[in-house]
Design a protein around this ligand. Structure first.
Ligand SMILES: Nc1ncnc2c1ncn2[C@@H]1O[C@H](COP(=O)(O)OP(=O)(O)OP(=O)(O)O)[C@@H](O)[C@H]1O
Ligand SMILES: [Mg+2]
Length: 293
């Protein structure tokens, strides 16, 4: 009996959080680096969120999955400042892996647990209107060096997000799952960093929260200790010092931008930890790193 009462208490403890986030949009970025093993738990957390009245929207990455297919096909990739140089042959693979594989796997996992997921790339409903990445601006904004005249091919950035389709889906009880491929007015497709897409989607939806799930406990300092909250100023400082580097740079930058665009809270959380999403939403435990302005 004691055990049952404890179970009931645990449910009751979730009440303030359910009340706070009921009907609110929570954008979750699922890092490609997390791996398939954790997908089932992630999908279960999403389905629970949806059934208690929250509106999770998923944006996913897929860098490692793209890398492994390119390798199997013998196509070499070059990285510049953490960005994959994307020629048209590589772009074809990027789209196939993200839209045809990773996106479908996430949908299957959600649906197998009783959720209703709908997949989309940036093309469906024109969700992601993109343009070629402005490299010199990117280098300047992110404090990184990119050789003059470097062409990264089909690496893009978000021009605008059209949130209409996402809203229709979330109101109809679906969980939208978005692959980070954007399109320009000529129908050309672009490979876009998924953190950047997630930040822009959260901004366009005026999301309550943006949660970036990745393969580290959060942002780590020089001694590899977790930083539990980080302001814009110190984040820029850590990037300048090279302590925040590679894939963590777009996460921090998109977090700051999302906050400026009206998203209430942004967290970088370890997606490999069981129930990471639930812990973040239903407790004050403060897992991972919170980014503050
Ligand atoms: N200060 C830092 N603290 C924590 N991780 C850092 C830091 N600086 C750089 N990193 C790197 O950032 C990585 C996370 O970004 P990465 O792009 O690799 O994964 P992801 O964004 O979750 O996946 P994907 O890009 O496929 O969507 C970490 O694995 C770590 O190597
Ligand atoms: Mg990344």
């Amino acid at each position: 009996m004691k055990e049952l009462i404890h179970k009931a208490e645990t449910l009751i403890e979730a009440l303030p959080y359910i009340r706070e986030f009921y009907g609110k949009t929570i954008v979750v970025k699922y890092g490609g680096s997390i791996g398939g093993k954790e997908l089932h738990g992630f999908a279960r957390d999403l389905v629970l969120m949806k059934y208690v009245g929250m509106h999770p929207v998923v944006v996913h990455g897929g860098g490692p999955q793209i890398g492994s297919l390119l390798e199997r096909l013998g196509i070499k990739s070059q990285f510049v400042a953490g960005l994959r140089v994307t020629d048209s042959e590589t772009m074809e693979i990027v789209e196939m892996v993200l839209v045809g594989k990773v996106n479908q796997e996430i949908i299957a996992a959600i649906n197998s647990l009783g959720g209703k997921a709908v997949g989309a790339s940036g093309q469906e409903g024109n969700i992601i209107v993109a343009r070629k990445l402005d490299i010199s601006k990117f280098a300047h904004d992110n404090n990184v060096d990119i050789p003059e005249g470097m062409d990264l091919g089909m690496v893009g950035e978000v021009e605008t997000i059209n949130p209409h389709l996402i809203k229709v889906l979330e109101d109809a009880g679906f969980i939208p799952v978005i692959a980070p491929i954007g399109f320009d007015e000529m129908g050309r497709s672009y490979n876009i960093n998924a953190d950047h897409v997630a930040g822009k989607v959260a901004g366009a939806l005026k999301g309550e929260k943006l949660i970036l799930l990745t393969d580290v406990p959060g942002i780590l300092d020089e001694e590899k200790n977790l930083i539990s909250s980080l302001t814009e100023g110190s984040a820029r400082d850590l990037i300048r010092k090279g302590i925040i580097s590679s894939g963590m740079i777009p996460k921090v930058m998109c977090a700051i931008e999302a906050l400026h665009e009206g998203v209430n809270k942004v967290h970088i959380v370890d997606g490999r930890v069981e129930h990471a999403l639930i812990l973040e939403i239903f407790t004050d435990a403060g897992v991972g790193t919170e980014i503050l302005l």
